[in-house]
Design a protein around this ligand. Structure first.
Ligand code: MF3
Ligand code: CO
Length: 252
């Protein structure tokens, strides 16, 4: 069942997401060569507490941290580690969420560490662009897979076919993951009708090379099968009768 949020619930979703956008904006400021992925998690966790939220990733199905920090060929769900030090030219994806008064928010950004290659920067841009192209189709009266198709179309148009298929976006609300699953690739069936009051986490994950991914032995970290670099961009949105509201949008 896809939940439709009431006005009161929407107000809480907005607040949860606004707080998360502050956490993301603050985390962006500390990305530089020499910091560890655990430093980022610690900082993110302290910011979540500072804004009055509760981490929703921590202990989710046993996940050990509050922020997923994925470097270079790691697509998503990288586990923060003291010994994983970011270096100039890396790209790093930060995926973070929080709970505020029972309502979940979820968002991800990929950043260059210092100066990254033009190829890496183009991947980051195209991934972000596919989110914004995708949500042009996110309005009441449309269908879920219109969003999926628009994301895929945007990426293919920019020359990326490494769209990860093993992971999807999702509904979000009183649970981090609610129905429906939201593919980032083209789907022929229309999918469920979009209705005002749905809140969705749209999250394209894109590799420069193959769309195939593997799981590391930690059972969390998802890496590209060919070692090519990958980017992730995610926001929680609200479906309305008109333009969707991007609830987790801060400075980036
Ligand atoms: N944003 C991530 C997702 O939707 C949340 C991962 S849950 C965690 O897949 F446990 F890995 F943190
Ligand atoms: Co998500």
């Amino acid at each position: 069942m896809i939940t439709i949020k009431t006005e009161d619930e929407i107000a809480l979703m907005r607040e949860s997401c606004r707080l998360l956008s502050i956490v993301h904006d603050e985390m962006a400021e500390i990305i530089k060569p020499g910091i560890s992925t655990l430093d980022i998690d610690r900082f993110g966790e302290s910011m979540i507490a500072k804004v009055g939220g509760i981490p929703n990733f921590k202990n989710y199905q046993g996940y050990p941290a509050s922020v997923c920090v994925s470097v270079n060929d790691e697509v998503v769900h990288g586990i923060p580690k003291a010994e994983r030090i970011l270096k100039e030219g890396d790209i790093v994806s930060l995926d973070c969420g929080l709970i505020y008064k029972g309502y979940h928010s979820d968002a991800a950004r990929t950043y260059p560490v210092g100066q990254a290659s033009p190829e890496a920067l183009a991947l980051i841009e195209a991934t972000k662009q596919s989110f914004f192209d995708g949500i042009k189709m996110a309005k009441a009266g449309g269908y879920l897979h219109d969003i999926s198709n628009a994301i895929a179309c945007s990426l293919m148009g920019n020359g990326y076919d490494g769209i990860v298929r093993d992971l999807c976006g999702h509904g979000i609300g009183t649970h981090l993951h609610e129905e429906p699953q939201i593919p980032n690739y083209a789907v022929s069936k229309k999918g469920p009708a979009l209705k005002k009051g749905m809140t969705l986490a749209i999250e394209p994950m894109v590799a420069i090379g193959t769309d195939e991914v593997e799981w590391l032995d930690d059972d969390w970290t998802v890496v590209t099968a060919d070692g090519s670099w990958a980017a992730h961009y995610e926001n929680t949105i609200l479906i309305t009768e008109g333009e969707p509201e991007v609830l987790t949008l801060g400075q980036r």
